[in-house]
Unconditional design. Structure first.
Length: 278
């Protein structure tokens, strides 16, 4: 109850200001007034509370967005004008043209890259187990072959990780490149993300806390995306949109503004590569 009341007070900034609450907490923890005032981030927020405590979003980004368009052969100028930083989601159908990743990447490929006899070590890279029991990439690649192939009676699985190991990044990027439609002055993040899993599983509905919009390329398999605007935009924007992204396509999305969930559909393992862009 105390957490709920505190969350409401923090979100509404009433009847006590956030600054007053934060300073009281830090003073209670023994910090002096001058130390409290110098703190740029006064209260560490749990991931579950962040969506409730974020500031309201301007709903202009989702107004008049009635569907997630799929486009082909889009120029960087058109992409920049319509989608790059407007918050409007789009799927570029021919985005992975000339990428060898669609023929090379597989569970076996990543098992060889991160396996026990490889020089690549992913143990220091950020790892998302989602609802699986996996602790790290090494644990993933000890998975039974029947579960990998989703034989009847086995549990679905879905994981994600960053390619923070430079030797792994160099190998991976040999098979894909910066999406052709990004503006010339736009840069992708140095850290790319890989998501992989079996049909019937995916990521729960959530909003991200990242720096920029992002793109995510569907390398193998098919992924159903469900998008929802934040609650303050429910009366201004369409409350839900869905799109299925197929191999060779890239979805571009501002995950800081759109709530989103994914579900792997079809019969194939899904592998996606993603990165932020400025």
């Amino acid at each position: 109850l105390a957490v709920l009341i505190g969350s409401i007070v923090w979100a509404l900034d009433w009847p006590i200001s956030r600054t007053t609450v934060a300073m009281a907490v830090w003073r209670f923890r023994g910090f002096k007034a001058e130390e409290v005032q110098s703190e740029s981030c006064l209260l560490p927020l749990s991931q579950s509370l962040q969506p409730f405590l974020r500031p309201p979003i301007d709903c202009e980004f989702c107004m008049d967005v009635n569907s997630i368009k799929k486009v082909t052969n889009i120029s960087s100028i058109e992409f920049s004008e319509k989608y790059a930083h407007t918050g409007r989601p789009v799927v570029v159908k021919d985005a992975a043209r000339n990428w060898s990743a669609t023929q090379v990447f597989s569970f076996e490929f990543f098992k060889g890259l991160y396996g026990p006899f490889s020089s690549v070590r992913g143990s220091n890279c950020q790892f998302f187990p989602y609802k699986t029991e996996f602790r790290n990439l090494s644990h993933v690649f000890t998975m039974d072959e029947d579960r990998v192939r989703q034989k009847q009676g086995t549990k679905p699985w879905y994981i994600g990780w960053s390619n923070c190991d430079s030797s792994a990044a160099n190998i991976l990027r040999h098979h894909y490149e910066r999406p052709y439609f990004l503006p010339p002055d736009s840069e992708s993040s140095n850290t790319d993300w890989i998501f992989m899993g079996s049909p019937g599983y995916g990521a729960h509905m959530h909003i991200d806390d990242v720096n920029y919009p992002s793109w995510q390329a569907q390398i193998t398999g098919h992924k159903l995306w469900t998008l929802q605007p934040p609650s303050e935009c429910f009366f201004s924007c369409l409350t839900e949109m869905v799109v299925t992204v197929h191999p060779g396509e890239i979805i571009v999305l501002d995950t800081n503004r759109w709530y989103h969930s994914t579900l792997i559909v079809g019969a194939d393992i899904s592998i996606t590569i993603g990165s932020e862009y400025d």
